[in-house]
Design a protein around this ligand. Structure first.
Ligand SMILES: OC[C@H]1O[C@H](O[C@H]2O[C@H](CO)[C@@H](O)[C@H](O)[C@H]2O)[C@H](O)[C@@H](O)[C@@H]1O
Length: 644
């Protein structure tokens, strides 16, 4: 199937009408090129990765996003957030083609087949695991007839800003013919059977590939003060990359519905995990807009304790226990120090500084500025975070991860710190930039932190002030039931001073705060259906209430829709669970990937991509459905073990 895009433009008029209809404050969105056929839709991207960074490659064959050497390094290809002038690497057909693609079995080796009137070629793209270097391999094979290919290599370091010094086979390198691009600490070397020609900061070429012919290119990043690394043995790298990822996927113990989507989601979470450090990033990109033309463009290339803990739960639920050990060690290093200094997120190596700034030289995806790097949410208070960490570590112990003195000492210190501040307001899991509140979800997760701490002592014979923790657990639960529940509307509320509902309340049965068939849980599901559904998908909350302190609107947040699937399955509503799950897996792109949000009106993915939160909640929803099928719907009132 070829790429087809329906042109449309988002404009202030359209959105004002929509918001006005919802009785909301005026919108501040600007017109963008969101629907311009020249703009690659987010769902047209596939990813390559070496578990230290990720590249986004479009259907037409353009690598439009690549940060080297790490997820949070400046991009050398940033066309995703600008134009081809901000750097990209295109290898695609020079004439109109019909394109299909897939990952080779359970790997991130991407095979793209372009068919033109004159022939068919296959492009194989991958990033093998490096060792002090990062590589991209691109191999073009002729399948039928002859296809004319277009090659364009434009390197711009510093997120599209820095033109490198480019030389052909630098003097100190005699081994083979290469093009080298250098700027400060970074150097890129392009090797290939047929290197493109340089002109005015661009390298371009056209070449023909006939059936049976192969043309291979490799790109290598390394620290510019080192010698140029040797060329790769491409066949060996393809084979070892394939062996490695297939072997990892083979460890998956999940048996149940939607297995293919679960495995691809696990692989995606694995790709977002830095295997050297153990940190897990929330997504591979920055500033893909939640609200094209609005303000909601954020940098997700960092390790949130919340998103990482939930990722870990997804791994554990599918049998990946060793990953929990690696992440626990990362956590120990990241939070080392005074428990008061706990942050809600860190860099992938565990360092703490990630100041937010705007990159004025980049126009943004589809012209949707600002482009931000760094994330000011780092300094927020989010009271849910320790609850998520404690649940993940509890699950890890339950699934066989040995207890470790250092790790328990760290948990003890953090829970004791929480015990001194447990009743403070916060910014909530949605990281609102409006006033701090007593968010009901945060309070539930404070309960979860004390609950798992108590259970660690009771079930694992660990030491701790368990009477104090029990007392606080009971107090916060009583408080939530009194102040976080609206008797009249029969629903839990977003925070203690509102009657608004929030999708995070769907987690109440998932974390075991109340049984899934409790009347108050069922009432909350009904309120979410009433107030938060947008074309059948779930919004985080009604932005019109102004709670988040941000202008503009947003689209359904896919994780919330997957939470609703879990809530349906656990509460004994299998038909609703199935219908929503089918709709949601239908939103995955052709290679099984998904972003943070979905715009139902324009049928487009929005927000950062691929997004861990979306993939991990897909896994949780499939598990909830599988468990409901195995045990029959939960009408016994028993607590279902927490899951992602
Ligand atoms: O909506 C405002 C906030 O949006 C981002 O946060 C969201 O993404 C995080 C990473 O996946 C997730 O942990 C959080 O729950 C989401 O709300 C952004 O990172 C924030 O800076 C922003 O305030």
């Amino acid at each position: 199937m070829g790429t087809e895009v329906t042109p449309f433009m988002l404009s202030v008029t359209t959105d004002s009408r929509r918001i006005a209809a919802a009785g909301a404050r005026p919108d501040s969105r600007r017109s963008t090129a969101y629907g311009d056929p020249m703009v690659t839709p987010i769902e047209d991207y596939a990813v390559l990765g070496d578990t230290e960074t990720v590249a986004l490659v479009s259907r037409e064959g353009s690598i439009d996003w690549l940060c080297l050497p790490r997820f949070d390094s400046p991009a050398c290809f940033a066309a995703l957030l600008g134009t081809p002038e901000h750097g990209r690497w295109l290898i695609g057909p020079a004439e109109p083609a019909t394109t299909t693609r897939r990952y080779l079995e359970e790997t991130f080796i991407l095979e793209t087949v372009h068919e033109t009137p004159s022939g068919r070629v296959r492009v194989t793209d991958l990033m093998p695991v490096g060792d002090g270097r990062s590589d991209v391999i691109r191999r073009v094979e002729g399948l039928d007839g002859t296809v004319r290919m277009r090659h364009e290599w434009v390197v711009r370091f510093g997120y599209g800003k820095v033109r490198p010094w480019v030389s052909r086979s630098p003097v100190h390198h005699h081994d083979d013919d290469v093009i080298a691009a250098i700027a400060g600490p970074d150097m890129l070397v392009l090797r290939g059977d047929r290197l493109p020609h340089g002109e005015d900061g661009h390298h371009r070429d056209e070449f023909e590939v006939s059936a049976g012919e192969t043309v291979t290119f490799t790109l290598t990043w390394f620290e510019s003060w080192r010698d140029i690394p040797p060329a790769l043995d491409v066949d060996e790298q393809v084979a070892s990359t394939r062996r490695r990822t297939d072997a990892w996927a083979d460890r998956c113990t999940y048996e149940g519905p939607y297995r293919d989507q679960v495995v691809r989601s696990l692989l995606t979470l694995r790709l977002l995990t830095d295997t050297r450090f153990g940190g897990i990033v929330a997504a591979a990109t920055t500033s893909l807009p939640e609200d094209p033309g609005g303000q909601r463009n954020w940098d997700y290339r960092y390790c949130w304790l919340r998103d990482a803990s939930l990722t870990l739960e997804a791994f554990l639920a599918c049998g990946y226990v060793a990953e929990a050990r690696v992440w626990r060690n990362w956590l120990l290093r990241a939070v080392a120090g005074d428990p008061q200094d706990l942050q809600i997120m860190y860099r992938v190596d565990g360092s703490r500084e990630l100041p937010e700034r705007e990159l004025d030289h980049l126009p943004g995806y589809a012209g949707s500025s600002p482009v931000r790097v760094g994330n000011d949410a780092v300094s927020q208070r989010q009271m849910d975070v320790l609850g998520e960490v404690m649940i993940a570590l509890h699950e890890a112990r339950a699934r066989g991860l040995e207890t470790d003195g250092e790790a328990w000492a760290m948990q003890l210190a953090l829970v004791n710190e929480l015990a001194d501040h447990w009743d403070e307001p916060d910014n909530g899991l949605w990281e609102v930039r409006g006033p701090q509140r007593h968010f009901t979800h945060s309070r539930v997760m404070v309960w979860a932190a004390f609950d798992r701490a108590v259970r660690a002592v009771e079930e694992n014979d660990l030491d701790g002030p368990v009477d104090r923790w029990r007392d606080l657990r009971d107090r916060v639960k009583a408080e939530v039931l009194e102040k976080g529940f609206d008797e009249q509307r029969n629903t839990f509320t977003q925070h203690y001073d509102t009657s608004e509902v929030d999708a995070s309340l769907l987690l109440i049965p998932i974390v075991g705060f109340l049984p899934p068939d409790d009347e108050r849980v069922l009432g909350t599901i009904a309120a979410v259906e009433r107030d938060l559904l947008s074309d059948g998908l779930v919004l985080r909350y009604r932005t019109q209430s102004g709670v988040d302190g941000l202008p503009g609107d947003e689209h359904p947040f896919l994780a919330c829709s997957w939470w609703l699937v879990s809530a349906y399955a656990m509460a004994g509503m299998p038909d609703k669970a199935q219908a929503l799950m089918d709709r949601l897996v239908g939103l995955l792109n052709d290679v099984g990937l998904v972003s943070e949000e979905y715009d139902p009106q324009h049928e487009r993915m929005v927000g950062n991509f691929p997004q861990a939160f979306s993939h991990l909640t897909l896994i949780g929803a499939a598990h909830a459905m599988a468990q409901a099928q195995r045990t029959g719907a939960s009408s016994s009132g028993q607590q279902i073990p927490s899951g992602p």
